[in-house]
Ligand binder design. Structure first.
Ligand SMILES: Cc1cc2nc3c(=O)[nH]c(=O)nc-3n(C[C@H](O)[C@H](O)[C@H](O)COP(=O)(O)OP(=O)(O)OC[C@H]3O[C@@H](n4cnc5c(N)ncnc54)[C@H](O)[C@@H]3O)c2cc1C
Length: 442
């Protein structure tokens, strides 16, 4: 086991090497703010930045150091699809709904890249393309059907890569070909988050790290005395008031927010980074430097690091392991299976992060009891968190641009579910069974 890890191995996200977490406390808590935001990831900070630039006073609270949630832990894939496929969504909800949702996804994708460019955030954002690797011939056929449906209805480009040509994209014989989506992107999630945070602070946002929000209550006071404040917010650093409150806690949503906790399914995502590899080897593994994701429900994914010759990869979602050595062993097995040339590569980093699924596999944005929320990104939070943060701020500002196809849907829960996803191992087994059933179907 020791041989799997480098001597300078870190049980921390690779991204923190370039964008380490920092302690942040913006002075004393003010008696009130126009807006209080719970959570300092992409969702919270994008909302905060937009509100502050519109002249609102804003405080963001995070119970850990800012960015220590999934926003500095993810893989940095920038996509415009959902766990719920376009074809399935169209069959279930009709063409108009499916295309409205997918048009918003495209807007989320484009607007995130445009924002990064306009702001000059140096985070290696590129349209590198994405290879979706088919785990069986049947998966290949389903993938082709899905992508041709999206091309016909939405004009989204793709090209199929048969098994015989897979090595043009990836040094692997594991997959039954795949599909390339040429315009999908990637970025360095740590640098993107840091850029967002720097800009929020420069715009006057008060950011309180290691300051948990413990309670949000409606204020029952005379309107004249309340100055429009509708909420009393209790934090580890004291109490304040706010006219608007935004919950942006996604996979870290606490039980102290029971309505939200009942609607998201927190699960753990696992990632690793190899040691530095010979650049020539890396160039043969992923010659076009695209991101790679497999076609399973329970995905494996790979990408080159944007800033050093390493391969980053993840998978085995929600497997329940906590011990870094055990996680490294499991992930290394996945790595060797897909990319045998890396059988002897050591791992320099292994880490985990909390994601949020939902009962309808869709992200949700809205306002409940006067409290705004954006969450349930189902592994698509880099563009969707940024987009929902922007949309929530536009809603608070009363701007028509805040409208979104996602807001119409009710946010489902299940009877007796209180935020403890005891059923996750069963759900992952069901995913594996569905993947295997599809694979056997041809
Ligand atoms: C391993 C992994 C890989 C992923 N890969 C991708 C990918 O490639 N592409 C993609 O699009 N998405 C990916 N995701 C998902 C994506 O990272 C998230 O959806 C996104 O970062 C969510 O952003 P957020 O701002 O909503 O929440 P987060 O960034 O998770 O922030 C939530 C914050 O809320 C804070 N918080 C919780 N409770 C309280 C409280 N009571 N008081 C104060 N603060 C509180 C937490 O401390 C946390 O910092 C991945 C996730 C993981 C874990």
């Amino acid at each position: 086991m020791k041989d799997l890890l480098t001597t300078d191995f870190r049980n921390a996200p690779y991204w923190w090497d370039a964008a380490p977490l920092t302690e942040t406390a913006s002075g004393a808590l003010a008696p009130s703010y126009d807006a209080v935001i719970v959570g300092s990831g992409y969702t919270g900070l994008r909302a905060a930045l937009t509100l502050a630039r519109a002249g609102r006073s804003v405080a963001v609270f995070d119970k850990e150091r800012p960015g220590s949630g999934a926003s500095r832990r993810n893989a940095g894939f920038l996509g415009r699809t959902l766990k719920k496929s376009y074809v399935d969504l169209k069959a279930a909800k009709g063409a108009a709904h499916a295309s409205a949702i997918y048009r918003d996804l495209m807007m989320a994708y484009d607007s995130t890249l445009a924002f990064i460019e306009e702001e000059g955030i140096d985070c290696h954002a590129v349209r590198c393309g994405c290879l979706i690797a088919a785990t069986s011939a049947a998966h290949y056929a389903v993938l082709e059907r899905e992508l041709s449906g999206m091309k016909a209805d939405l004009g989204l480009p793709y090209s199929m890569v048969p098994r015989a040509r897979l090595r043009e994209e990836m040094a692997s014989d594991l997959y039954d070909g795949g599909a390339v989506i040429p315009d999908l992107g990637s970025l360095h999630p740590g640098l993107y988050h840091r850029g967002l945070m720097t800009r929020a602070l420069a715009a006057g946002v008060a950011l309180f790290g290691r300051c948990e929000v413990t309670r949000i209550e409606r204020v029952e006071v005379e309107p004249a005395a309340s100055q429009g404040d509708r909420f009393r917010v209790s934090t580890a650093g004291g109490q304040t008031r706010a006219r608007d409150v935004v919950v942006a806690t996604n996979g870290y949503t606490p039980k102290s927010l029971p309505w939200h906790a009942r609607r998201v399914i927190p699960f753990v995502g696992y990632m690793a980074a190899t040691e530095k590899l010979p650049p020539a080897l890396l160039a043969t593994l992923l010659p076009h430097r695209r991101t790679v994701i497999d076609s399973n429900l329970d995905i494996d994914f790979f990408r080159p690091a944007p800033d050093s010759p390493r391969l980053l990869f993840g998978g085995a979602t929600a497997n329940g392991l906590q011990d870094p050595a055990a996680i490294a062993t499991l992930l290394h097995g996945r790595l060797r299976r897909a990319l045998p040339d890396l059988a002897d590569a050591k791992l320099g980093h292994v880490w985990t992060g909390q994601c949020a699924g939902t009962f309808d596999m869709m992200p949700h944005i809205g306002c409940h009891d006067g409290i705004w929320y954006g969450m349930g990104y189902n592994f698509a939070g880099v563009p969707m968190g940024s987009f929902f943060g922007l949309k929530i701020a536009q809603k608070i500002l009363g701007l028509p641009a805040g409208a979104s196809a996602f807001e119409a849907a009710a946010f489902p829960t299940l009877p007796l579910y209180r935020g403890n996803p005891w059923f996750l191992p069963l759900a992952m087994r069901w995913f594996a069974w569905k993947d295997a059933k599809l694979a056997r179907s041809r």
